[in-house]
Design a protein around this ligand. Structure first.
Ligand code: 5GP
Ligand code: MG
Ligand code: MG
Length: 179
């Protein structure tokens, strides 16, 4: 398949990770989760908007009982992290005694996950772990234990497969990086 560069707003992006590779990497992590959470009925908490496509494909590969709920919080504007983390919105059900798996699109500086985990921990879950489609180890500013990373990338700005640049690009099947 041919993947010409795409233009979103003022920037050009080139193909970086193809859908086939993304889906295969998700299968591997889903198999691990299905094994490690057997008999635990994990509650996936998908952090909107960026993780919607990942959450969907991850759920389809789970072979055990599991639940999903969606939360919202954003710390990112344009192409730079503001480091400001808002409150969790949309968490209606109790996570007390639940095995929670946060489903994130990308862990960049780590500010978001670093702020989110203590908020979840304070609600008395049995456990909290993170599944992240992408992690940028070079950009981390926090000591984080991302137990279920799907793919590691360099310190590039990426779009596609749910990830946006100012609202655009979420619909792309593949992941692109800024040129
Ligand atoms: P943090 O810096 O707190 O780890 O990341 C916060 C959020 O910024 C991520 O959940 C994601 O929504 C957004 N983000 C970080 N890096 C990128 C990137 O390369 N591309 C896009 N589209 N969003 C990113
Ligand atoms: Mg996110
Ligand atoms: Mg965004």
């Amino acid at each position: 398949m041919n993947h010409p560069p795409v233009t979103l707003h003022d920037k050009k992006f080139k193909i970086y990770i193809q859908e086939r590779k993304i889906l295969h990497s998700i299968e591997v992590v889903a198999a691990r989760l299905s094994h490690e959470y057997r008999d635990k009925c994990p509650l996936f908490l998908s952090v909107l908007n960026g993780s919607f496509m990942f959450a969907s494909d991850l759920m389809k590969e789970m072979s055990i009982d599991c639940e999903i709920s969606f939360i919202r919080l954003s710390s990112y504007s344009d192409m730079g992290s503001t480091g400001q983390v808002k409150e969790i919105m949309g968490l209606k059900e109790s996570i007390k005694y639940r095995h929670v798996v946060v489903v994130e699109d990308i862990v960049d500086t780590g500010h978001t996950v670093a702020a989110l985990l203590p908020q979840l921990q304070s609600q008395g879950p049995a456990s909290v772990e993170v599944a992240a489609l992408l992690v940028k180890p070079e950009a981390h500013e926090h000591q984080l234990d991302i137990k279920y990373p799907v793919m590691e990338i360099g310190n590039d700005f990426v779009v596609g497969y749910g990830l946006d640049y100012n609202g655009l690009g979420r619909n792309l099947r593949d992941i692109y990086k800024v040129m």
